[in-house]
Structure formats: structure tokens, C-alpha cells
Design a protein around this ligand. Structure first.
Ligand code: FSO
Ligand code: SF4
Length: 548
């Protein structure tokens, strides 16, 4: 069995990547990621059993979260690093086993025999051997029934996405016992041949629920550390001076870099999903947080050539760096690319020195766009919004959000946003917004027609806005004049979708294509229960939404 990966929207031919990843993931890296996931399941089997007896260990929990995030699309392309993670995983598995045994001892019960291969396999001595083991244990070997396999994959990818958000929350010192326990329980369940289709459907829905909590603690971490986002113009031009570009989602890493560059004549620019950082009082107070550079992740190779400073990724989405900027590129956290300098810990002096060697920008003021419409800002003018809906000045809200991507067909989202009638408001979040966030939308009685809620994890904030509106109008979210027009790319989008389904949100339009891992039967289930559907064309979808 060679490579098989179908976890993102770029899955080759709408089925899966089997020769090499469309994302740039090589077969050896894919196999090692599969073996890491396999090892995480073995650890979780012991950790879940230990937790039932009250035994837990924060380092095991953290390893599971980081291990899952490592396997998310566009995070870690470095075989050597993943090999290290697998070998560390074998040690953590032994730690989890003894935690289970000591928990049994403390409760005076005999430990159950755990003899499934994930919990017992011996790793090969060299990387080539690990690759072979990974090839044997890929996702495609999960279950013979294709519908059960489809739901297990949905659950697994959801767990990966949730791990990304939990990782950010843990970095900010936030955690949640129930969510951590769920990671173990759900991963362990994927190895249980006794479970059936509806068991996994239940777990996938629960994953949506646990992710809502995860996004909530992440939001609390952001707000309690940096304050509530406030509407803020972001400069898309450049300032004279040396420059560092920060890409990813981790605000804490940006803050540390801002502190370490204070007074050094270096301007910090955000890229992609970092743009919402400009709206947080605790970050915008730094005068050298200068602006945003470039568009969404898939344009990085052509745009980074023109960035005359150092560039650092703190989460996905990294792509194969061109030689023209590789020597000024850095990674941090779980992002890794072979031969790209990785910063361990919180000392960014190597990045700062590199920026100082480079030419930097000259002054070139650009367009300004507004960010910072989190739930606190929007609900702060709730009376105005509600009055506008009641008077008919606002007819409908459209949440046009999610990930951007490289595939054709994503112009749908630009076209859709452009065609939204003047008496409707667009809420947006995540990197898909770059398809339309430089367009002029105007306002309705002082309420901007385009409200940028933030990063993908700020789906939490959008949900709070929707719930508050539903409360004000004494109806359910499905009865609101609100349409969900979503774009997906990787596993964070999968888990956000599970969260929306857990909340019972219906009539979602999803594109640009449906996930390769969803079988026709599972799709039928989703259509019957949630009336979810693929995007068709902007005009027809808009007409249908307005007629609802
Ligand atoms: Fe985009 Fe990449 Fe935020 Fe994702 S930059 S695609 S869903 O990592 O996480 O929206
Ligand atoms: Fe293919 Fe996506 Fe998997 Fe990369 S992450 S190998 S593009 S399915």
C-alpha cells in the first residue's frame, strides 16, 4: 500500500493523493504522518482508560494535541522532524501505559489487556522502515465498510482541526478537561472494531461540540490577553524601514516578536490569517505593527519574492518555498519545512538579524481595510442592527467565510460577494475573505456591509453573533435571515463544519467542491438531516438564499 491522503479539498481527482501530495507532501512524509497518527491512537487507548480511573498527565495530553496538529495540511513537511515525533510518541505510549497501570493500582482494579497493534507495535530502527510501517497503517486501511470509513475519516480530520485550535489555547495557558479527554476517547474509538456507523456519527457530532468549547477557550485566551477586537483600519501599503512578515494564526508568537523588535526600526507586517491581529488593543498598541502584506496562503510563492525582509510562519499554510526567498524564511511552532530555519522557543533574534540584513521597504501608503468585527464589537451596536432588520433596511446576512485555496472555482465567492444586494450585510472570517475584502461595500445606516469577524477560529464569534440575533428575534438560528456560504480547504474547516452541524445549522452551502472522504450515503445523511448542499453558481445560489 503506497501513499493515500484525502484529508483536504485539494485531494487529487477529488479522490485522494496517491503519488505525491498536491500540497507538496511527499509519500515518505505522508507515510510518517500516518504512522504518527497510528502511534497517537496507541497512546490514546491507554490515556483514555487511565482517565476513566481518574489518571491524567498534562504532557501526554499535550503530545496528542501537538501530534495531531503536526499532521494537518500544510503544517509539517519535514520527514526528520516527524520521525522524531514518532520516536517520542513511543516513549509517551510507555508513559501512558504506566499511567494506566498506576491508575488501576490506585483503584485496586486489574489492568485490562491491551493488545491491539497501535498500542504494542515496535517502531523500525531507521526512517525507511518507519515509512514502510506508515504505508501499512494509512487511513485507507481503517475499515472495510466505506460509509463507516467515511465517518471515521470525518471524525479523525475533525480531531486534527480541533487540535490546531487547542494548541493555540494551550500556548495561551487555556485548557479544558472535557476536550482533552475527548481527544483520547475519540482516537481510541477509531481502533474499536465493535463500533458501528451511528457510533461514529455520534462521535463526529460530539467533536463539533467539543470544538465549540475549544474555540470558546481560545477566544477567551485572546480576549483576556489582548482585549476585545475593535474595528480597526489596516494599512495594505508599506512603511519605510526594515520588515518582518508573520504568517499563521498564533497571536502569542506575534506579540513576542513585537516585544523583541520594539525600538529596532523594524516594521512588522501580518500575512493571511494574522491580519485580524491588528484589531486587538494589546497588539495594535505596538506602533511598529505596520500593516498587512499579500493575500491568502496560496499566493505566497509569487508574493513573498517581493517582501524585502524576513518571513516567519507560526502555523499553516506553508507551501514549498521558492529559492528566491527561502534564505529569509523561518518556521516556528509545529510548522516545519526541510532546510528552512526553525525557531525553537521564544527567542526571535535570528529572524530579527536576518531582517536587519535585508533592504526593507520604502514608504508607499496603500488602501486601508477595516477589521475587528468580533461579537463584542457587533453586539455593541446590536440595537442598531436589530432596528435595521426590523425596518427592512437590512434584509439578510450572508456569512461568506472559510478557507481560500488554489483550485479554480473559488471565484464563486468573489462573484457571490459582489452580487449580494445593497440591503444585505456580509459577515466574513478566515482566509477566504481575501477573495473580496478589498472591494468597496459601503454601509447601511453606518453599519459596514462587510464585517470581518476574524480568523477561522473566530467562527466562535460569528456563532455568538448569530445566537444573539436569534435571541433578539426570539427564533432559532435557522429562522434568521442568515445564509451560510462556506469555503473549505483543510481540517480546521472540517471541524468548524462539525460545530455548525452540532448546533443544528441547516441549509449550508459548501464549496468549492465537497470533501473526497464523504461517500454518497454519508452525503445523503447530511442532506436529509441538515439540507447541506454544494455551491452551484453565485447567481442561482444567491437567488435561492434570497427567496428563503
Ligand atoms: Fe486558511 Fe490555511 Fe485559517 Fe486554514 S490559512 S486554510 S482553515 O490554515 O486555518 O483559514
Ligand atoms: Fe493531497 Fe491534501 Fe493530503 Fe496534501 S493534504 S496530500 S493535497 S489530500
Amino acid at each position: 500500500m503506497g501513499m493515500f491522503c484525502n484529508q483536504c479539498e485539494q485531494a487529487a481527482n477529488g479522490v485522494g493523493c496517491s503519488i505525491s501530495g498536491v500540497c507538496g507532501k511527499k509519500p515518505d512524509v505522508a507515510a510518517l504522518q500516518d504512522l504518527l497518527l497510528y502511534t497517537l491512537k496507541g497512546i490514546s487507548l491507554y490515556a483514555a482508560k487511565a482517565r476513566e480511573l481518574g489518571g491524567k498527565d498534562a504532557s501526554i495530553d499535550r503530545f496528542i494535541v501537538e501530534g495531531l496538529f503536526t499532521t494537518v495540511t500544510n503544517v509539517d513537511f519535514d520527514a526528520g522532524h516527524i520521525e522524531k515525533a514518532i520516536r517520542k510518541g513511543i516513549e509517551v505510549r510507555a508513559q501512558a501505559k504506566s499511567l494506566y497501570e498506576s491508575s488501576c493500582q490506585a483503584k485496586g482494579v486489574a489492568p485490562a489487556r491491551v493488545d491491539i497493534p497501535q498500542a504494542t507495535y515496535t517502531p523500525a530502527a531507521d526512517q525507511a522502515g518507519l515509512v514502510r510501517q506508515g504505508e501499512e497503517h494509512g487511513l485507507s486501511t481503517l475499515h472495510v465498510n466505506e460509509d463507516i470509513r467515511s465517518v471515521i475519516e470525518t471524525l479523525t480530520f475533525g480531531l486534527k482541526g480541533m487540535a490546531a485550535y487547542m494548541d493555540h489555547a494551550l500556548i495561551l495557558g487555556r485548557s479544558d478537561e472535557e476536550v482533552l479527554a475527548f481527544f483520547h476517547r475519540a482516537l481510541a474509538a477509531t481502533t474499536d472494531p465493535g463500533l458501528g456507523l451511528m457510533d461514529f456519527v455520534g462521535l463526529a457530532m460530539e467533536c463539533g461540540k467539543q470544538n465549540l468549547r475549544t474555540m470558546e477557550i481560545l477566544n477567551q485566551g485572546h480576549v483576556e490577553t489582548y482585549g476585545h477586537p475593535v474595528p480597526t483600519p489596516v494599512n495594505l501599503g508599506t512603511r519605510a524601514g526594515k520588515a518582518i512578515l508573520v504568517s499563521g494564526h498564533d497571536l502569542k508568537m506575534l506579540e513576542e516578536l513585537l516585544k523583541q523588535t520594539e525600538g529596532k526600526g523594524i516594521n512588522i507586517y501580518t500575512h493571511g490569517e494574522m491580519m485580524p491581529a491588528h484589531a486587538y488593543p494589546g497588539l495594535k498598541k505596538y506602533p511598529h505593527l505596520a500593516g498587512n502584506f499579500g493575500g491568502a496562503w496560496q499566493d505566497q510563492a509569487k508574493e513573498f519574492v517581493n517582501f524585502p525582509g524576513a518571513i516567519i510562519f507560526n502555523t499553516n499554510c506553508i507551501q514549498r518555498p521558492a529559492d528566491s526567498y527561502k534564505d529569509r524564511l523561518f518556521t516556528w511552532g509545529l510548522v516545519q519545512w526541510p532546510d528552512v530555519q526553525h525557531i525553537e522557543g521564544w527567542d526571535f533574534s535570528a529572524v530579527i538579524s536576518r531582517a536587519q540584513e535585508l533592504s526593507g521597504f520604502s514608504e508607499n501608503p496603500g488602501q486601508e481595510i477595516l477589521v475587528g468585527f468580533g461579537h463584542n464589537a457587533v453586539l455593541g451596536v446590536a440595537d442598531k442592527v436589530i432596528a435595521a432588520v426590523k425596518s427592512g433596511a437590512i434584509k439578510r446576512f450572508f456569512l461568506i467565510g472559510g478557507c481560500d485555496g488554489a483550485k479554480s472555482g473559488r471565484n464563486y465567492y468573489t462573484e457571490f460577494a459582489e452580487k449580494v444586494p445593497q440591503d444585505c450585510v456580509i459577515l466574513t472570517l478566515a482566509c477566504g475573505k481575501y477573495r473580496f475584502n478589498k472591494l468597496e461595500f459601503g454601509d447601511i445606516g453606518g453599519i459596514p456591509r462587510l464585517l470581518d469577524v476574524g480568523q477561522c477560529n473566530d467562527a466562535y464569534s460569528a456563532i455568538q453573533i448569530a445566537l444573539a440575533l436569534a435571541g433578539a428575534f426570539e427564533c432559532g438560528v435557522n429562522e434568521l435571515p442568515l445564509s451560510f456560504i462556506l469555503s473549505w480547504y483543510e481540517q480546521k474547516a472540517v471541524v468548524i463544519l462539525l460545530t455548525l452541524l452540532h448546533l443544528g445549522i441547516k441549509n449550508i452551502k459548501l464549496g468549492p467542491t465537497l470533501p473526497a472522504f464523504i461517500t454518497p450515503n454519508v452525503l445523503n445523511f447530511l442532506v436529509e438531516n441538515f439540507n447541506i448542499g454544494p455551491v452551484t453558481n453565485a447567481e442561482d445560489d444567491l437567488k435561492a438564499a434570497l427567496a428563503a
